[in-house]
Design a protein around this ligand. Sequence first.
Ligand code: GRF
Length: 219
Amino acid sequence: MKAPRKLKIAVLISGRGSNMGALARACMNPQFPAEIVMVLSNRPHVAGLDLAREHNLPIRVVDHKDYETRGDHEAAITEVLESAGVELICMAGYMRILEDGFISRWRGQLINIHPSLLPSFRGVNTHERALERGVRIHGCTVHFVNAELDGGPIVAQAAVPVMPHDNADMLSARVLEMEHKLYPKALELIATKRVRWSGDDAQLAVDIAAGEILFWSGF
Ligand code: GRF
């Protein structure tokens, strides 16, 4: 079978990089419609960079500490990504708030994975808050990034049950397993143009071909 044209993606990390690893494994399939042309970290000594090296992926560190302002740091990142011909940025545990300038430059080309079923539990400590709130279903979301924190159009979601004796680590591990399945699937939908963000805002701006599976359940 003829190999598809591959969308050039960059994965932005700040830490462990397990979602980057999941994307890298998916991209090893010659039929997968995307390739990782760069793994970029804002921190120099993180486990995710070692994992990227194991996968022989090109890595770049753009350390935020080397820049006076957030805007300068993000401009440097944009330059690096543009020089590599990046067409889509996948944020995977990238722990910096992005400024509007960066977000609008990459509008429709910037996605993130978040460990909750958005719009519930935006921000950090999602598993702790889900347990405190007593939800029975939790999960993860891949979404386009807009100026609102964890508020952009939703591409795909996966759900897991919350078990009676869960602690945050147990719940986090269950969600992470689904993240690793969901992120490559969401990327595939975007790379094959079955999902794109075309309009001004909110969910309705995502064109989704009928019948696509955008929801997975880990029950
Ligand atoms: C994941 O839970 C992801 O949803 C969140 O940060 C975590 C990153 O984990 N945004 P990893 O670095 O991909 O292992």
